[in-house]
Design a protein around this ligand. Structure first.
Ligand code: AMP
Ligand code: MG
Length: 499
């Protein structure tokens, strides 16, 4: 099979050309050439055929060798990118691809360019503390969630393959000083570019204005051609896309978990799946990330943090523009677009046209009051036609984590009375209210099977996640509330960044 790789990034931008081991600060460069570190026993564990179609690829026998990092194909010029970022609100300096490296770019038959990146393929100059490896558990999480988010209809980097390495990786999963050997894996990710907000910030922070200009022009030329080199138009479009992305996340109850500026894609796509989570019970201040003690990145904060991060991006671009006013206007427009998109999404979940009726706000307040499963509630709302004489309709009762009683029950009955009087677009509801999201506990069960050697577990789950809006019956094991055991089980509720 003929696979052709291109190296547009490497030949267009300044980079360290000599492969050199050791972590270091890299100045004035967009990347460093690297080589993947081979693994003992690469084994293909899962494969996304939709992602492969983006490359016009099919699975072939030696694929695991290449995507495990043991063999380079003609035209590949692997590199790790340099970037910085604000982490939890503070400038963190140089970060960079420390456990990821790009093999090269593929241009498909439709002329689209896709960067092919390995995550977990060994150290690079940007590796911090750890070894550039990734454990199976975090790799399964990234693989499944990337593809799930895509099938939910939300912009995201993609996952092509999950390769087991046959090698143990030492990790301190709970940061409690008891590291353990865990199975390792490599995920192959795809995106037109993996450039982040932090890719611009690093050069601005160091006063490397010429490199900043080169990077900005490169990104505008190849990823924002419609902006015709106008930085204001480019920035405005990034703001608009990010606003719509936040509205999409809110619709499905996705919590990214680490919205640092190095984890926001310049494309306005979801990127870097670490300690992400999903709302099981609807809870505005939910965060899956145990290190986020101040709830900076909790569900309801995400749109505000998106704007904060965009402000950091504007500051990084300032050395290239004369006037900051247009960027301030774009930041204001961000909020308006988010609010409008979010309203459209949430009213669509109710099957109703956008309106200023307090119906929506009232429901969200009710959902937050007692534990009600967001996914089951909204999905089953379309199945409810009338209010029974007492209690709640059975499909909605299924969303409650505890039998509703007293005031919350009465308030929900009154709400339903108002709501069910309206003409609803039921088909539209079923297109925006998923019946399946990769809940943490579901993914955790897959991880445990995979860790025990069940090589089909991840692929099996992917097959299900390809159909998030499919009708699922009450008995479907994937359409259930989070079970009680998963409330506080490791990997199901609390996650750390330990990779
Ligand atoms: P992340 O938590 O993925 O956003 O990563 C933050 C920074 O730490 C990035 O520069 C990563 O490349 C680096 N990093 C994360 N995990 C590892 C690892 N296993 N080995 C080396 N560097 C890492
Ligand atoms: Mg990251």
């Amino acid at each position: 099979m003929e696979l052709t790789f291109d190296d547009l990034w490497v030949r267009s931008l300044p980079g360290e050309q000599q492969v050199r081991p050791g972590s270091r600060q890299v100045h004035g460069m967009c990347y460093s050439r690297v080589v993947p570190t081979p693994v003992p026993q690469p084994r293909m564990l899962a494969w996304s055929k939709e992602a492969a179609e983006l490359l016009d690829w099919q699975e072939w026998p030696e694929m695991a060798e290449v995507l495990g990092g043991n063999r380079l194909l003609p035209g590949m010029k692997p590199y790790a990118a340099c970037y910085g970022g604000h982490q939890f609100g503070h400038w963190a300096g140089q970060l960079g691809d420390g456990r990821a490296l790009t093999l090269g770019e593929v241009v498909n038959g439709r002329g689209q360019r896709w960067e092919v990146q390995l995550k977990g393929a060994g150290p690079t100059p940007y590796s911090r503390r750890a070894d550039g490896r990734a454990v199976l558990r975090s790799s399964v999480r990234e693989f499944l969630c990337s593809e799930a988010i895509f099938h939910l209809g939300i912009p995201t980097t993609r996952a092509l393959a999950l390769v087991g390495t046959g090698e143990g990786v030492m990790r301190d999963m709970f940061y409690d000083g008891r590291p353990a050997d865990e199975p390792g894996a490599v995920v192959t990710r795809l995106a037109p570019t993996f450039v982040r907000f932090g890719s611009f910030e690093i050069f601005a922070s160091r006063g490397e204005v010429e490199v900043l200009r080169q990077l900005t022009e490169f990104v505008m030329e190849h990823h924002y051609p419609e902006c015709k080199g106008d930085i204001y138009a480019f920035y405005d479009e990034v703001c608009q896309r990010t606003a719509r992305l936040m509205a999409d996340w809110m619709r499905v109850g996705f919590v990214h978990g680490v919205m640092n500026t190095d984890n926001l894609s310049i494309l306005g796509w979801t990127i870097d799946y670490g300690p992400y989570g999903w709302l099981d019970p609807y809870q505005r201040d939910f965060t899956p990330n145990t290190t986020d003690r101040n709830l900076r990145y909790c569900y309801v904060q995400q749109p505000r943090i998106g704007q904060w991060n965009l402000a950091r991006l504007a500051e990084a671009l300032l050395p290239l523009v004369k006037d900051e006013k247009p960027m301030e206007a774009s930041l204001d427009a961000y909020l308006r677009t988010f609010e409008q998109s979010c309203r459209e999404n949430m009213w669509a979940k109710l099957g109703l046209p956008v309106s200023s009726d307090p119906l929506l706000g009232d429901l969200l307040a009710l959902l937050d009051e007692v534990e009600i499963d967001m996914t089951i509630f909204f999905r089953n709302l379309a199945r409810v036609r009338e209010l029974p004489g007492e209690g709640l309709p059975a499909p909605l009762l299924r969303a409650y984590y505890a039998e509703p009683q007293g005031e919350p029950l009465e308030k929900m009955r009154l709400w339903l009375l108002r709501y069910l009087g309206q003409e609803r677009d039921l088909e539209r509801m079923n297109r925006v209210n998923p019946s399946l999201i990769p809940r943490n506990y579901l993914v955790q069960e897959v991880i445990q099977r995979a860790e025990k050697g069940d090589d089909g577990a991840v692929q099996e789950m992917l097959e299900q996640l390809r159909h998030p809006y499919r009708e699922r019956g009450d008995e479907d094991p994937l359409f259930q509330r989070r079970p009680e055991w998963a409330r506080s089980a490791p990997g199901c509720s609390a996650l750390s960044c330990s990779s």
